[in-house]
Write a new protein. Structure first.
Length: 323
C-alpha cells in the first residue's frame, strides 16, 4: 500500500505541474493578457519597453514561467496588478470560508443521502423511494442560482427566517450562532444537488449488491436483515460511492462559486469571479492551482478510503486493486 500511495502522490504532483503549465500558457495567450494589464496605457514605446523590462515581461514565456513556478514553490503567489497587494493575503482567508461552506454542504448531503438511499434499496418503489426520486429529479433539474434566489425571496425577504446574504452580521464576526443562521440557505442550495446524486448512487449500488449470491446465501442461513444490510452489503456498496465523492469535488467547487455569488459569501469562488472581471491574472492562477491541489487531495483520500471501508481491497505493487 505504501508503494502505491507514493506512486499516486508522484502522479498527483505531475498532474499539478502540468496544470501550472497549461494555466500559465492560457493566461498569457488570452487577449489583453498580463502585459497590457500590468503596464499603464498611453505610454510611449520607450517607456513601455522599460516598464516591461522592469517587470520581466520582456522575457520569453518559458523564462517567465520558470520564475513564476520558483516563486510559487516558495509560497509567493504574486501581487495584484492594480493595488499591489499580496495574493496570498487575500486568498487564504477566502479558502477557509469556502471550505466551511463546502464541508458543511458535503456533510449534510452525505448524512441524509447515504442512509436514505440504503433504506430505499430495501423498500423499492415505496413512498420513501418515490419521494427520494422526486427530490432527485428536482435537484438535477433546478439551476443552483435560481434555487438560491428562490430561497432568498421566501425564507429571507418574506418570512424573515434567515439572513439574506453575507457570512456574518456586522459586529457579530466569530459568533457561531450567527454563522449558522447565515450558512443554512447556501448549504441547502449546495447540498440539494449532491443529495440527489448520492441518493441515486447509494440506492443503485445497494440494489446491485443485494442481488449477489452471497447475500442470498446469508439470508437463506437465517442471518437477520439488519446484519445482512450493514455488515455484508454496505461495505461493498460504499466503494462506488467513494469514487463518486472524489470525482465530485471539482463540481462542488464550481457550485460553491455560483452559490457564493448569490449569497455574497466571502469565499474563493466569489473572489475568483471578481478577479476574472478585473483581469487579475496572478489571483486567477493562484485560485486555479489551489483548486487543482484540492481535487488531487480528494482523489488521494478516495484511494485511502477504499482500504478503510473494505479491508479485502488490496493495493498491489502495480497500483491495481484486487479483492
Amino acid at each position: 500500500m505504501t508503494e502505491y500511495l507514493i506512486r499516486r502522490v508522484l502522479q498527483s504532483v505531475l498532474v499539478i505541474f502540468l496544470i501550472t503549465i497549461l494555466t500559465f500558457l492560457l493566461i498569457h495567450a488570452a487577449p489583453g493578457g498580463p502585459t497590457k494589464v500590468m503596464l499603464s496605457p498611453g505610454l510611449t514605446p520607450e517607456i513601455f519597453e522599460q516598464q516591461a523590462k522592469n517587470l520581466g515581461l520582456d522575457q520569453p514565456v518559458p523564462v517567465q514561467y520558470v520564475r513564476w513556478i520558483g516563486d510559487l514553490l516558495q509560497g509567493d503567489l504574486g501581487y495584484t496588478f492594480k493595488n499591489h497587494i499580496a495574493v496570498s493575503d487575500l486568498l487564504w482567508p477566502r479558502i477557509g470560508n469556502t471550505v466551511i461552506l463546502m464541508g458543511a454542504a458535503w456533510l449534510v448531503s452525505l448524512l441524509i443521502a447515504i442512509p436514505w438511499g440504503i433504506y430505499n434499496s430495501t423498500k423499492v418503489y415505496g413512498l420513501s423511494d418515490q419521494t427520494a426520486s422526486f427530490i432527485s429529479y428536482l435537484g438535477f433539474a433546478m439551476p443552483t442560482f435560481w434555487f438560491g434566489i428562490l430561497l432568498q425571496q421566501w425564507l429571507s425577504l418574506k418570512l424573515d427566517w434567515f439572513p439574506l446574504s453575507d457570512m456574518h452580521t456586522r459586529g457579530k464576526e466569530g459568533n457561531i450562532g450567527d454563522l449558522f443562521m447565515h450558512i443554512v440557505l447556501p448549504v441547502t442550495v449546495l447540498a440539494l444537488g449532491f443529495l440527489a446524486s448520492y441518493m441515486k448512487y447509494a440506492r443503485a449500488s445497494m440494489l446491485e449488491v443485494l442481488d449477489q449470491d452471497y447475500i442470498r446465501t446469508a439470508r437463506a442461513k437465517g442471518v437477520k436483515e439488519r446484519k445482512v444490510i450493514f455488515r455484508h452489503a454496505l461495505r461493498n456498496a460504499l466503494i462506488p460511492i467513494i469514487t463518486i465523492l472524489g470525482l465530485d469535488l471539482p463540481i462542488l467547487v464550481g457550485g460553491a462559486a455560483l452559490t457564493e455569488n448569490v449569497f455574497n459569501w466571502p469565499g474563493m469562488g466569489r473572489w475568483f469571479v471578481e478577479m476574472a472581471g478585473a483581469r487579475e491574472y496572478s489571483a486567477l492562477m493562484a485560485v486555479t492551482i489551489v483548486t487543482a491541489v484540492m481535487v488531487v487531495i480528494g482523489n488521494l483520500l478516495a484511494d485511502i478510503l477504499y482500504v478503510i471501508v473494505d479491508p479485502r481491497v488490496k493495493l498491489g505493487k502495480q497500483g491495481g486493486k484486487a479483492a
